[in-house]
Design a protein around this ligand. Structure first.
Ligand SMILES: O=C(O)CCC(=O)C(=O)O
Length: 270
């Protein structure tokens, strides 16, 4: 089963029920092409220019195509201006506001997920962001068509009602991050299928992750933003400053702990 796209009038109700809402075609094909081209040119030209995951073996495809963290903080790079512009794009912010009220941007991230790359074991985002008193919201933008074969996202509808829990240890053959959160009893893991330009919005407590890209020739690129309600009083220091809809920086108190979304095998946020 794939999460279906509800009509705009039913999005908030779907979010309340499932914690997940898919919006088809939120970005145009030409915009998605421009995002894909800019991030590919950046990683080929100079991947050191952006913070990347460490602790990866030299022969791991993830070291050639690392996950790029917080590109919106790199205004001197084309990928930086693209990330900051899209993070505050009204089409995204309108849906975010519908789901969680007025919000700030907290994180940007770009995943290349090249053929054969490992996935990210099931986890909950607010374990890392520590947004308080509410949780965060992810906007996961498909930059390629994606499905089970190239490691599209899998989600657990209804798991947003569970608390954020301490992860167990993931399978290092399958996951480039070390934590694993099992779905609560009675809830199923659902494989998403998305077209480039679709956006999946999901609650910060939702259990989600992805399996390896098993294809020989299909990247599964995604641009991901995390938002927090404007009423947030604290967040992990990694996410400060937050970004207001007009692009200005905003600061709230630092929560203790947290860190980049998804610990690699070399480090731990907690
Ligand atoms: O894109 C993926 O495979 C996982 C990304 C993710 O789960 C996250 O950013 O929290």
């Amino acid at each position: 089963m794939t999460p279906t796209t509800p009509p705009a009038s039913a999005r908030a109700a779907r979010y309340a029920a499932d914690g997940i809402v898919q919006v088809e075609g939120l970005l145009d094909p030409s915009e998605v092409d421009a995002v894909r081209t800019a991030f590919m040119e950046q990683v080929v030209r100079d991947r050191e220019a952006l913070a990347a995951d460490d602790g990866l073996a030299a022969d791991d495809v993830l070291s050639r195509y690392p996950r790029l963290m917080q590109p919106h903080r790199r205004p001197g790079l084309e990928v930086g201006s693209i990330a900051r512009r899209l993070m505050t794009d009204p089409r995204l912010l309108d849906v975010v506001t519908e789901l969680i009220g007025p919000a700030y941007g907290a994180q940007s991230m770009f995943c290349y997920k090249a053929p054969s790359a490992r996935g990210q074991a099931l986890h909950q985002d607010n374990y890392f962001l520590l947004a308080h008193p509410e949780t965060c919201l992810a906007a996961w933008i498909a930059v390629d068509d994606c499905d089970a074969a190239n490691g599209a996202l899998a989600v657990v509808p209804g798991s947003h009602r569970m608390e954020v829990v301490c992860p167990e240890t993931a399978d290092a053959e399958q996951s480039f991050t070390s934590g694993l959160v099992r779905p609560p009893a009675g809830l199923d893991v659902v494989q998403t299928v998305m077209r480039a330009g679709d956006v999946l919005f999901f609650h910060g407590n939702t259990v989600h992750g992805s399996l390896p890209n098993t294809t020989r020739d299909r990247f599964r690129r995604s641009l991901i933003f995390h938002y927090v309600p404007r009423s947030s009083v604290e967040i992990s220091q990694w996410y400060l400053p937050l970004v207001a809809p007009d692009g200005t920086d905003v600061t709230v108190a630092e929560a203790t702990g947290g860190g980049p979304c998804g610990d690699g095998w070399a480090g731990s946020a907690h």
